[in-house]
Design a protein around this ligand. Structure first.
Ligand code: GUN
Length: 310
């Protein structure tokens, strides 16, 4: 039989189980991002504990402005650094910082041999030339994998540094047992998460479609997906008609409204239809931070010739 017509047995079993779950009226299994993140952090912590005494990776975070969501993320990152044994510093710059000023800071951080990893918090204030900023990140310190070199490596399917959130999403998808090889996957969004996410799923042999604001009849496309990743930041964007029964649904969206955090996926629809669903909060968020710890440790290990986490 021609290669393209072969249907993987694992995929058939997964879909049959999902259909059975649905016909029995079962609700989605929640994917425990906190437990997965804990396992990743523990591997990083134990790896760093094996390094010579007094040697620790150093992560430099750069925040321009005072976006409240960014301040929350940064506080979470700092707590995680303390848990695993990474030294972290924050450079806070005013909203009025120009592109030229930010590039001068990045030049200095790039040349600082004591710094292993640099993270420029997104989003940057309007008016800053984001392409110039990510292009100024030295690829060997680019912990987000956002620089043109690292994105290019991923596009070529030879990744060096994989962006933290999509890397975490891949781990969450794999934790369900769903076979990615040959699966139909849909990514909603083509930004910092959606773009590399589609590349990672393609690299894992899924057949990937990307939807965005210009996509017509999006539900016709997303409802075909056994793996659906939404990374937009519009609460309730993904409703019942968008979800295939039994699908693995990864909700990257995180929007704070009146003190509550909402994902892109309508929670009730997700629970009723999906086979597996990441909750918000407690799904993708903790995994992003854990993967940042892992990426930081890997960059430091490479620069210093020390063991990297497993
Ligand atoms: N803002 C929200 N998530 C991220 C992230 O993963 N990296 C950076 N640099 N900024 C972000």
């Amino acid at each position: 039989m021609a290669n393209g017509l072969r249907v993987p047995v694992g995929l058939c079993i997964t879909l049959m189980c999902a259909a059975l779950r649905y016909s029995l009226g079962m609700t989605a299994s929640m994917i425990d991002g906190r437990a997965q993140a804990q396992a990743v952090e523990e591997a990083v912590r134990s790896c760093l504990a094996s390094w010579p005494a007094g040697v620790a990776p150093r992560l430099q975070v750069v925040l321009v402005g005072d976006n409240p969501a960014s301040l929350v993320y940064i506080a979470g990152k700092e707590r995680a650094c303390n848990r695993v044994g990474i030294s972290s510093d924050l450079l806070r710059l005013p909203t009025t910082t120009s592109t030229k000023e930010l590039l001068a800071h990045l030049d200095r951080l790039a040349d600082d041999v004591t710094i292993d990893a640099i993270l420029v918090q997104m989003p940057l204030p309007e008016g800053i030339d984001v392409a110039a900023v990510v292009s100024a990140l030295p690829p060997e310190k680019d912990v987000d994998g956002f620089s043109p070199y690292n994105i290019g490596r991923l596009a070529a399917r030879w990744p060096k540094v994989i962006p933290c959130t999509p890397r975490g999403c891949m781990r969450l998808i794999r934790s369900t047992g769903m076979q990615i090889d040959g699966a139909r996957a849909v990514v909603v969004g083509r930004g910092w998460v959606g773009n590399p996410m589609s590349m990672l799923l393609t690299r894992a042999n899924a057949t990937v479609t990307v939807c965005h604001r210009f996509t017509r009849n999006m539900a016709d496309i997303t409802a075909q997906a056994s793996i659906l990743v939404s990374a937009v930041g519009i609460p309730g964007l993904i409703r019942a008609e968008h979800i295939a029964p039994g699908a693995v649904v990864i909700d990257v969206g995180q929007k704070r409204v009146e003190g509550h955090l909402y994902g892109d996926v309508d929670r009730q629809a997700g629970e009723e239809l999906a086979g597996w669903l990441t909750p918000v909060p407690g799904g993708v968020g903790p995994m992003t931070i854990a993967m940042l710890m892992d990426n930081t440790a890997r960059l430091a290990a490479r620069r210093r010739g020390l063991p990297a986490p497993r």
